[in-house]
Design a binder for this molecule. Structure first.
Ligand SMILES: C[S@@+](CC[C@H](N)C(=O)[O-])C[C@H]1O[C@@H](n2cnc3c(N)ncnc32)[C@H](O)[C@@H]1O
Length: 306
């Protein structure tokens, strides 16, 4: 469960160890994306979005951590309930499109890997399609509770206690314990929007991938069809927080998760950020640099390190 102070922050954007003047300014600023929204100045801390709130950058990580501490034990159940299981189809399509194992065993890292949904699919795909039992996945996540759930889950699989999987507590923005040029595939699913600085995540992804390695991101994105968008908005803001209350006793975390989706940069903007980090992408359009799923409710972006 979230602490009462975090619940208050989720509602009011007011839980920061900052002088009151800073809080007032930060709350008025209303950042438009997860990227830092203002340059530092002596009077004003750098701010970023936390859902629809604007918070000092250095407060976001602990707020996000509290959200995932709170949802970890119900995360898989809630994912199924809120998406009617559709997240499984998106994850299947994300992983099968990457064809792990097709060209031989790969060294993969799944960042913000949480309970291991993507890692498990990568290993299953490599084994089932290509009889590959040498592909490895490092699961990295900032949240120990999410990793614990993932570890419990992997214990029931054939990958447990093999070199094929390892769990690491790590911040996507600062991956210094992972060496340069060391992975063939970097995946991040429904994780990057929770990070304080998207460019920092991309920079680290680029650093740890081998030349020729692939960056692949599955994330909620922008729905372009106005009718679908309006239905999706109604569902997200009315139904999901209620489900959070009923199934997990926690509406505030689910309210944040819905809000954070709306603050994530739209497809073309995110594709440009991927290129700015040094990756080559397909053409700057749907079907090129990105592929929409369900009209853009979710989206896959890919880039290759040159
Ligand atoms: C919505 S969950 C997604 C989990 C998993 N990838 C999936 O698709 O089911 C988001 C995950 O991002 C993690 N996360 C948030 N900020 C992070 C950061 N800065 N570095 C690494 N992981 C982070 C959270 O702890 C959480 O496990």
């Amino acid at each position: 469960m979230l602490s009462s102070s975090t619940k208050q922050a989720l509602r009011l954007g007011s839980r920061f160890s900052r002088p009151a003047t800073h809080i007032a300014r930060a709350s008025c600023a209303r950042a438009s994306t997860s990227a830092p929204s203002n340059p530092p100045s002596p009077e004003q801390p750098r701010t970023t979005s936390f859902g629809f709130r604007t918070v000092p950058e250095d407060a976001k990580e602990s707020l996000v951590k509290e959200v995932f501490d709170s949802v970890a034990s119900n995360y898989d159940l809630m994912n199924d309930a809120t998406s009617f299981g559709v997240h499984r189809l998106w994850k299947d399509s994300f992983v099968s499109g990457l064809k792990p194992g097709r060209k031989g065993p790969m060294k993969c890292i799944d960042v913000a890997g949480g309970t291991g949904d993507i890692a498990l699919r990568i290993l299953d795909h490599a084994r089932e399609k290509y009889y590959d039992r040498e592909t490895t996945v490092d699961i990295a996540d900032i949240n120990a509770e999410m990793l614990k759930e993932g570890y419990r889950r992997f214990k029931k699989t054939m990958y447990h206690n093999t070199p094929q999987v390892a769990f690491h507590e790590a911040n996507a923005q600062e991956m210094s314990k992972f060496p340069d040029n060391s992975y063939d595939l970097y995946t991040i699913a429904f994780g990057i929007r929770n990070c304080t600085s998207i460019p920092a995540v991309l920079k680290e992804a680029h650093r740890i991938l081998k030349p020729g390695g692939t960056f692949a991101c599955l994330e909620f994105s922008r729905v372009t069809n106005p009718v679908l968008n309006s239905l999706y908005d109604q569902y997200s803001f009315s139904v999901i927080p209620v489900m959070g209350t009923v199934l997990a006793g926690d509406s505030a975390s689910y309210q944040y998760l819905v809000e954070s989706i709306r603050k994530f940069p739209p497809q073309p903007e995110f594709a440009q950020m991927i290129r700015d980090a040094g990756f080559a992408t397909g053409k700057h359009e749907e079907g090129g640099a990105w592929t929409d799923l369900w009209g853009g409710i979710a989206c896959i972006h890919k880039g290759v390190k040159l």
